[in-house]
Design a binder for this molecule. Structure first.
Ligand code: ATP
Ligand code: HMH
Length: 276
């Protein structure tokens, strides 16, 4: 039976981040993708112009409908519209005993636009982190969760260890927005600190990298791959998706990564033949 993975996240109508990115990642990596929407955004590759949260009660209804029927092997959370949405997720994870929970603590879009309120961040910190298998903050998200000014690349391991104290089984602090020849992330779990390194890809098309990375980890866990391997595999998949991103050329701002870089081993699209 195909492993079922669930994204609990917001919609990005431009298709590069949020549930759209998550479903593409699940599909590209061979899992069956499902999605419960927590918010609508109005956004494109240049920025976010509106957010409409889904009430927590209705997120809970979506989750109940899913879990009453489908054998969901892993849950990935992204943008969570409000504290009531966080509580709907936590309640479901506890009630159905979900084993694999990947929390991408989304706070700000690639464009720099803020996506969630302070109350939502507090609910994530206090109630969602303790049920997470792994959380994947970038440097500003790590700092916000820890209630400190900033986390520097030199202090990623230290920040990861402090975040581990908040209850998740593992933490991946992402150094993606740093510069340098490599994109370095730090995984901290009960076994200690592991560094993950891949080449930094020179592209402006980085919309949805965080969503894609966390979703790929969730697929690995759904296939029962051990966490450190699932994280390393996810990073390799994302790096290849970044490498192929410029071939898509979608939008005028930060365009999407190429989720299907491995599956579409066909030449670039040709114009449709004209009738004679
Ligand atoms: N230019 C790049 N080249 C290679 N890897 C990158 C690049 N940018 C980010 N990454 C990697 O992508 C993954 C996602 O990290 P990133 O820091 O972009 O997440 P994020 O800030 O949460 O994303 P988002 O902007 O979608 O919210 C990490 O493994 C990071 O190291
Ligand atoms: C809906 C949504 N979730 C997450 C992100 C983070 O990139 C985004 N831009 N939009």
């Amino acid at each position: 039976m195909i492993p079922i993975v669930l994204s609990v996240a917001g919609s990005d109508p431009s298709g590069g981040a949020g549930i759209q990115a998550d479903l593409k990642t699940f599909s590209a990596l061979g899992a069956y993708g499902t999605a419960a929407l927590t918010a609508l955004t109005a956004q494109n590759t240049r920025g976010v112009s509106g957010v409409l949260p889904v009430p927590g009660e209705f997120v809970a209804d979506q989750l109940t409908a899913l879990f009453d029927d489908l054998d969901v092997r892993a849950v990935k959370t992204g943008m969570l519209g409000g504290p009531d949405v966080v509580d709907a997720v936590v309640g479901t994870v506890r009630r159905y005993g979900v084993r694999h929970v990947v929390v991408d603590p989304v706070m700000v879009a690639t464009s720099g636009d803020r996506l969630v309120s302070d109350e939502t961040v507090a609910a994530i910190r206090e109630r969602l982190l303790p049920v997470a298998s792994v959380i994947t903050p970038n440097l500003p998200e790590a700092a916000t969760l820890l209630g400190i000014d900033k986390v520097t690349p030199e202090r990623m391991a230290e920040a990861g260890a402090a975040l581990l104290e908040l209850g998740p089984a593992a933490v991946v602090v992402k150094g993606g927005h740093d510069d340098g020849p490599e994109a370095v992330d730090v995984l901290v779990d009960a076994d200690g600190v592991h560094e993950l390194r891949e080449p930094r890809i020179a592209t402006k098309n980085t919309h949805g990298t965080g969503c894609t990375f966390a979703s790929a980890i969730a697929v690995g866990l759904a296939f029962d791959v051990p966490l450190p391997q699932a994280v390393a595999d996810a990073k390799r998949y994302l790096t290849d998706a970044l490498r192929a991103a410029d071939s898509l050329d979608v939008g005028g701002g930060h365009g999407p990564v190429h989720h299907f870089h491995a599956a579409w081993n066909t030449p670039p699209a040709q114009p449709h033949p004209q009738p004679r």
